[in-house]
Design a binder for this molecule. Sequence first.
Ligand code: B16
Ligand code: MG
Length: 219
Amino acid sequence: DVKGFAFDLDGVITDTARFHGQAWRQTADKVGTPWTQDLADSLRGISRMASLELILKAGGHENDYSQAEKEKLAQQKNDRYQALIATLTPDDILPGISDFLAELQREHYKMAIASASKNAPLILDKLGLANKFVGVVDPNTLHHGKPDPEIFVKSAELLGLPVAQVAGVEDAVAGIAAINGAGEFSIGIGDADLLSAADVVFRDTSRLTLENIKFKAQL
Ligand code: B16
Ligand code: MG
């Protein structure tokens, strides 16, 4: 039986993708990579440096920058991003999430955050959600990003539960692959065709209740 939940942050708890997009767009302009929606979408769930590499590659610039220059570009993006997330308030929690977290708390489920974002603690603080979670996986301790299962295996350790008792909630294809690879129960948020590898999929976060999960999973 599931006794704990590991939540992705961006796209599940709140929509920070729009801020990542705004901040990366300026990087793309600077290096001369055309900005497209496909490029923006490909950055979901991907780490900061891996995102920069994708932006450079999309414009054929993968060999044009030294490691030090790349670190500077990533730092400048993060400065812009942090200025944008400073405006977050509890009103930016995605629909249904506050009720779902309250329901899980009432039913004594344990909750953790499995986000690739090094800014996750800051974002949770801005949303007023920091005290809901027993732990936030520190991406600095990870060797591999999503789709590698490592982050979801770590989330089970933080929850103090075997992976078989953990459900992961994700909006990214790479995130669902990571949950499945860890041996956890996978809940997708978004397009059912895109996230077909998930055990259950909801079109958006407003449908997320224990009853709906049990109904869909026929538990
Ligand atoms: P940071 P998630 C991910 O969050 C974002 O989807 C991705 O676009 C971002 O590059 C990554 O966090 C790292 O974020 O630069 O703040 O460390 O979906 O894993 O919650
Ligand atoms: Mg996400």
